[in-house]
Design a protein around this ligand. Structure first.
Ligand SMILES: Cc1cc2nc3c(=O)[nH]c(=O)nc-3n(C[C@H](O)[C@H](O)[C@H](O)COP(=O)(O)OP(=O)(O)OC[C@H]3O[C@@H](n4cnc5c(N)ncnc54)[C@H](O)[C@@H]3O)c2cc1C
Length: 379
């Protein structure tokens, strides 16, 4: 399998991580196509948060494996991606949420994750800048953190190139040719390429790529907006998040605050416009939770897309209809943090048919035939 021709569609963090892992595992003939530039999709627009505190066990396992790999990223790839483990502080504002957090922590501890449950008083003691009005409890995992998504994406692409992967940017895959339920080749404006394996890492365009190959995916893409403030002295180490109040916020290493929220009224589709409503809503909400933000200026505001799956968990593995087509899509707003473990597991699956650290059956397409376990910890 190592000499087979493998084509990856998508030069975001997922495609780049798969390309890099295939190359270090000895794959000789890997080509990656990106229709725009590296990091132009959701990756370059994301919050860069890296969290292991999930409600679904599979996500906890995938995120824990990714964190092990983020911890050795600099050593392994030789790139400083501004990775810091300042923890994630999750705030519960309702009885239902508090109970759900307690159940999650029990499961997360079973998986070997160190997570603390904090009272509002201990939150105030440790993070005095948080207004704890209305907070019932918090959970804190000190090994959660954040990194610079552009740098991580560039690092994987550059190392993959050095290891022999051919990367073509500004080259859209426009046709996927199939025969007898197998992909045989792809077409771009640069020409036709025969392939033995096709990997769909196309993020918000995951369904279009599956459709081109004669298959389908239950994914839909939704716009998410995010803004950044002027920089100030760096003091806020954790990423702070609430699901019921619908926000996340972190401080970057150079001092800016990055913050975002979901919009329940958003319709599926690609839409890069930004709205004043987003700025008003998030400013009102976050200047209450973090009053120090009141006098800070917004520098920039942009949008990107979450590629959502029906249970808000990723779809990773072989297609059900097309034998040599693999997907790594549907990350539902948390693909950056999972990319190291996903790249490793999918590369192993493609090359050997097995994985060493992650059981990909939690993420395959057959689960949509069963009763779905929805990931609840998503903004
Ligand atoms: C506002 C926002 C905040 C987020 N915050 C976080 C966070 O804090 N932590 C986290 O883990 N995740 C976060 N996410 C989610 C994260 O950004 C994504 O899950 C992740 O970047 C997905 O990576 P990807 O490589 O699958 O997709 P992308 O980065 O979108 O890459 C897919 C690429 O495929 C290319 N492509 C598509 N079709 C074709 C084609 N036919 N031919 C060639 N190329 C093609 C696209 O141009 C694109 O560059 C956030 C997302 C948004 C929008």
């Amino acid at each position: 399998m190592r000499d087979k021709s493998i084509v990856i569609i998508g030069g975001g963090i997922i495609g780049a991580s798969i390309a890099y892992h295939l190359a270090i595992m000895g794959a000789k003939n890997v080509v990656l196509f990106e229709k725009n530039y590296v990091s132009s999709g959701a990756t370059g627009r994301c919050g860069g948060g890296i969290r292991q505190q999930w409600s679904a066990r599979g996500n906890v396992r995938l995120a824990m494996r990714s964190v092990r790999k983020f911890e050795t990223f600099k050593q392994e790839l030789g790139w400083d991606i501004e990775y810091r483990q300042g923890g994630y502080l999750l705030l519960a504002y309702t009885e239902e949420e508090a109970e759900s957090f307690e159940n999650n922590v029990k499961m997360q501890r079973e998986e070997g994750l160190h997570v603390e449950i904090l009272t509002p008083e201990s939150i105030k003691r440790r993070f005095p800048y948080v207004n704890t009005t209305g907070v019932l409890l918090g959970t804190f995992c000190p090994t959660d953190g954040h990194a610079n998504p552009h740098l991580a994406n560039f690092a994987y692409i550059q190392r993959a190139r050095e290891l022999g992967v051919e990367v073509y940017t500004h080259t859209e895959v426009t046709v996927v040719e199939t025969s007898s339920n197998r992909v045989t080749g792809i077409q771009t404006k640069r020409g036709y390429l025969k392939c033995d394996v096709l990997v769909n890492a196309s993020g918000a365009w995951s369904k279009d790529v599956a459709n081109m190959a004669g298959s389908d995916l239950p994914t839909e893409s939704y716009r998410h907006q995010i803004l950044v403030t002027e920089p100030v002295e760096n003091f806020m180490t954790p990423l702070i998040m609430s699901f019921s109040k619908n926000f996340y916020i972190r401080q970057t290493l150079h001092g800016s605050f990055l913050m975002g929220q979901g919009d329940p009224d958003e319709k599926p589709g690609i839409n890069y416009r930004t709205t004043l409503r987003f700025e008003k809503e998030i400013a009102t909400k976050l200047t209450t939770v973090l009053p120090f933000l009141r006098n800070m200026r917004i520098v920039r505001h942009w949008s990107g897309h979450y590629n959502m799956s029906p249970d808000a968990q990723p779809i990773i593995g072989r297609d059900r209809n097309v034998e040599n087509l693999f997907h790594a899509v549907g990350f539902s707003g948390h693909g950056f943090m999972l990319a190291p473990a996903v790249g490793e597991a999918l590369a192993e699956m493609i090359l050997t048919g097995k994985t060493s650290h992650i059981d990909l059956s939690d993420f395959d397409m057959n689960r949509f035939e069963r009763k779905l376990v929805k990931e609840k910890n998503v903004v």
